[in-house]
Write a protein that binds this ligand. Structure first.
Ligand SMILES: [Zn+2]
Length: 115
């Protein structure tokens, strides 16, 4: 009878990892990827930071818009719409930045600071 090889065959050319580079839990991942639990945790933290950053930036932007725009109703409406768009954009950008930073910090694949 022919002996079957294990389904858990060794990784191909080292392109997969046996443990998460961040929490060192045993998983089967593509090289450099984080496990689902780490990604969830990073997304949660990034979302929380992005929420506060965007709220602060939006408060400043809204105050500035109300200060410089004329007091006509149309101008106020445009200012309010711009403030909403500002909030959404800042939140998305902040989320992506914080998530990338946290992921790089977790995997240790940071660009070298050597000039
Ligand atoms: Zn992990």
């Amino acid at each position: 009878m022919r002996q079957r090889t294990s389904t858990r065959s060794p990784s191909f050319g080292g392109s997969r990892e046996r443990e998460c580079p961040r929490c060192h839990r045993e998983v089967d991942l593509p090289l450099g990827a984080l496990c689902a639990a780490c990604r969830r945790e990073i997304d949660l933290r990034a979302r929380r930071v992005a929420r506060w950053v965007s709220l602060g930036a939006t408060a400043l932007f809204g105050a500035y818009a109300m200060a410089v725009l004329p007091t006509e109703q149309t101008a106020r409406l445009v200012g309010a719409a711009a403030t909403v768009v500002w909030f959404v954009v800042v939140r998305r950008v902040a989320f992506q930045m914080v998530r990338t930073w946290l992921e790089e910090r977790g995997t240790g694949k940071r660009e070298t600071g050597n000039a």
